[in-house]
Ligand binder design. Structure first.
Ligand code: GLN
Length: 189
């Protein structure tokens, strides 16, 4: 269901933030580019896009956004580099560890159909120098797998994907995130 009043921040320091903003607009949510701490105020959710996690991590520190994102109380969706940033070794918000660029040189980037829990239609996953999930804590639920390895996971208000759902026309993963945001906003209201 389209939802005109959901305001979703998209961390816009580096990487695929424009593509995420475009998907949000298609789903009638309002994207807000986030580069400063104060821009996190009043948001219903936040997306941390793919890109280069080392660059994004450095910019987060420079802009003072690291602590601000840790304090952000709403749902957060991290894709690819965004998933790396949320893991135990970075922001420490999701109880998982990943290996960066772990699909090897030959197949560093590829597309594959992945099965989404609860759906018949597979999802086309675009993997670009993707991280591989190495370990997950007990609170982490696996929502989609590729070759028996988790590629879409949820821990409470956090959703993480090792692929790029913003690069295909299939909006189902973003729809799931907006559902999560709607659930959380009704709980907090
Ligand atoms: N390889 C990148 C990293 O380690 C992630 C790639 C991506 O976000 N597409 O940060």
């Amino acid at each position: 269901m389209p939802d005109e009043h959901l305001k979703i921040g998209v961390l816009a320091v580096q990487g695929n933030f424009r593509e995420h903003a475009a998907v949000l607009r298609r789903l009638c949510a309002e994207p807000v580019e986030v580069r400063k701490v104060e821009q996190l105020e009043g948001l219903d959710g936040l997306i941390i896009p793919g890109g280069e996690s080392t660059a994004i991590a450095r910019l987060l520190r420079i802009y003072g956004l690291e602590e601000a994102i840790r304090r952000f109380a709403g749902p957060v969706f991290g894709t690819c580099a965004g998933m790396i940033l949320l893991d135990r070794d970075h922001l420490g918000l999701v109880d998982l560890t990943v290996s960066r660029n772990a699909y090897g040189r030959q197949v560093a980037s590829f597309e594959a159909d992945i099965d989404l829990a609860g759906e018949d239609e597979p999802l086309r996953g675009v993997f670009i120098r993707a991280p591989r999930v190495a370990e997950t804590g007990p609170q982490v639920a696996v929502l989609a797998k590729l070759d028996d390895e988790p590629v879409l996971l949820r821990q409470g208000r956090f959703l993480v994907a090792s692929f790029h759902p913003e690069l295909t026309d299939d909006t189902r993963v973003h729809e799931r995130f907006l559902e999560l945001v709607r659930e959380e906003t009704s709980v907090r209201a």
